[in-house]
Design a binder for this molecule. Sequence first.
Ligand code: NAD
Length: 505
Amino acid sequence: MDDLTLIAASGIALPTQPFLDRHLIGGAWQGSADGAVSERMSPAHGTLVSRAANGGVIEADAAVAAAKAAFAGWSRLSGKARAAVLLKVADLIEANVERMAVLETLETGKPISQSRGEVLGAADLWRYAAALGRVSHGDSHNALGEEILAVVLKQPRGVVSVICPWNFPIWILSQKLPFALAAGCTCVVKPSELTPSTTVLLGELLIEAGLPAGVVNIVLGYGEPVGSRMVQHPDVDMVTFTGSTAVGRAIAAAAGSGLKKVALELGGKNPQVVFPDADLDSAADAVVFGVYFNAGECCNSGSKVIVHADVAEAFVARVVALSRKVAFGDPLNETTQVGAIVTPAHGRKIDGYVKAAVRAGATVALGGRTLQVQGLAGDFYQPTVVTGVTPDMAIAREEVFAPVLAVLTFRTLAEAISLANDASYGLSAGVWSENVHTCLEFGRRVQAGTIWTNTWMDGFAEVTFGGMKQSGLGREIGSYGLDEFLEVKSLVMRVGRTRANWVRG
Ligand code: NAD
């Protein structure tokens, strides 16, 4: 396809030595007891990026024990003292933006400019959580009569297992970890086996910032056995997980048998609905951004557009024209907007979805195949627009996790809302219209944790985020994000010797 915008290999020298990832347990870096390691290749370049200790139950148990031992000290510090450490971490993240961004790009395949933005955004989350921990407070009941005073305390939940996905490693970790720490919890963290390095780098920064040993422990390895042990361990009080709905469901079931608190950020199949009175140029640009950002490997991917039938043909033509201008290619190049697909197996899965849609009667208006990028051995997928999609097709219902847009049409507001709600997921949705009544009706009736109105994927540390239905349980960031890590306790106090005896006589 020579009418796409492709960025060939930029010739930037790749690291000659792999980054070495080890577990952080009780303040000490260590390999696995059995010496096991796993390697991560750059999905764009095909070269070795990192070599990580591959942990097991022994390491998970040791990390939980260290977190449990550290809890009494960390949880009793003042919010101010905890904030002082978190603020230092934020400064150190900013001072290491380039190191972190390069590792993030090499392990995930995402563009370097985007990685820098995510690292800087992560620093902002650490600062925000630091401040939140100082203003968080409980409640008091001062109108129960002269003889009673009751206060509601918010206390840290205890030891929290933090399990993260591969697609935004430092960003998603920072949606969880600083909030848990600000609340006074101690943590065991497991990054994805595909992207361990920036979590390990963060571990170095936590030590440099003066975080006491054992408050954060990092165990590297696979979901089975490390992740599942982190869920089932009896000394773990809460699990916060971001990842696929299938794994989230298994975690909820396992945590449920131990009656542990769980917070789950899961998958999405997020529709953008475009009404004919919208600013169609802006909507088309947002649809293109929404589907290609992070190569579509994003929980918030706007992978489905539902466009009014009267404007559908012109709108799709505009989306296709814009898609050709999006720069796909070497993620180390400053101008690249879309990088590589995470693994070859995932590339084959994407292709399967597109082919199945075509077999079911849909039409490929653009792309629909793997992409060769000059000078790079890795896996890329073409910007792809599929029209004539019906609500029953897998491409309309499932999370393809790819630069692949499914186009559906509608005629009335009621039909648009019904199509948007015809999904097992409920993470986010978008509405494009100049009519405030249309936007409000859509915003109130569509079942999704976030509704964007005449925009897409604007996010803020202050504004909480999370999913409805199969997209999750609980909320992250904002003040609600901190509250997930706090347990409420009521303290009821009698003032003076005013209690009447219950036993008569
Ligand atoms: P994944 O579910 O395959 O893995 C996520 C993490 O869970 C990894 O660290 C993995 O090792 C671990 N894991 C796997 N099996 C486990 C088990 N049995 N017990 C405990 N841990 C286990 O997801 P992924 O491919 O890394 O990430 C992509 C998914 O994450 C997509 O579905 C995406 O939508 C979702 N996601 C959601 C959000 C959100 O905020 N809602 C954000 C980013 C990604």
